[in-house]
Design a protein around this ligand. Structure first.
Ligand SMILES: C[S@@+](CC[C@H](N)C(=O)[O-])C[C@H]1O[C@@H](n2cnc3c(N)ncnc32)[C@H](O)[C@@H]1O
Length: 204
């Protein structure tokens, strides 16, 4: 067992939304890893975040978990796939959270950010190659003390591979790395964490 697997095991908790988790596993819907989810929820709790913008709803799994941290958290979440969006809305409804959710079915690249409001946390978990685009587009919606969390910044370990023969995969990984390097050399404060598929926490 690697040291990361050791921590991942310790981070595992009783699943709060087993039917949503099982659906994701069964239908191969990508959802956040358990240890990244722990860090994400811990940040929400510690920093008392109340207005979250999520890019990449999928079936609402991470959204439900974030909303579970406190009853006064509100979530705006964007998903471009109509089928997944509809399942997410159903999941929010089933778990009594829909009144605290603004679930938008749209390509986040197309959306007018000014129509969304203001937030104290931005969670980017959509197409990895667009991390930079989403960061630049939605970061201005955050309050001065807002934080940004980005999932999958290690692209399942491919960010340190020199030779990736698949051209599209190579292009995606280069974009993930370019965004990571951009943040690392920017004036933002950043923590690159090797949990799950890599979690990046950014503040101003
Ligand atoms: C990794 S999944 C999100 C998982 C979810 N946050 C969770 O942990 O439960 C990424 C989702 O982003 C969606 N997505 C990708 N590109 C998008 C875009 N440009 N606009 C909106 N959604 C997008 C995909 O359809 C997919 O459902």
């Amino acid at each position: 067992m690697s040291i990361l697997n050791y921590c991942a095991k310790l981070n595992e908790q009783n699943e709060m939304f087993p039917s949503v988790f099982d659906y994701a596993q069964e239908h191969k819907v990508p959802i956040i890893d358990a240890d990244s989810l722990n860090v994400l929820k811990h940040q929400l709790r510690l920093m008392n975040r109340k207005r979250i913008l999520e890019i990449g709803t999928a079936i609402g799994y991470s959204g439900l978990h974030m909303l579970s941290v406190a009853d006064d958290i509100h979530l705006t979440t964007i998903e471009k796939d109509k089928t997944l969006h509809d399942i997410a809305v159903e999941n929010f409804k089933t778990h009594g959270a829909l009144s605290r959710v603004n679930a938008i079915c749209m390509d986040a690249k197309e959306i007018d950010p000014d129509a969304l409001g203001h937030f104290d946390m931005l969670f980017i978990d959509a197409s990895k190659a667009n991390n930079q685009f989403f960061f630049e587009k939605f970061e201005p919606l955050l309050d001065e003390s807002g934080i940004i969390i980005v999932d999958n910044i290690l692209a399942r370990g491919l960010v340190i591979e020199d030779e990736i023969t698949n051209k599209n995969l190579n292009k995606m990984v280069k974009k993930v790395d370019a965004f990571n390097q951009f943040v690392a050399t920017s004036e933002f404060h950043a923590s690159f964490l090797p949990v799950g598929d890599g979690l990046l926490i950014i503040s101003r």
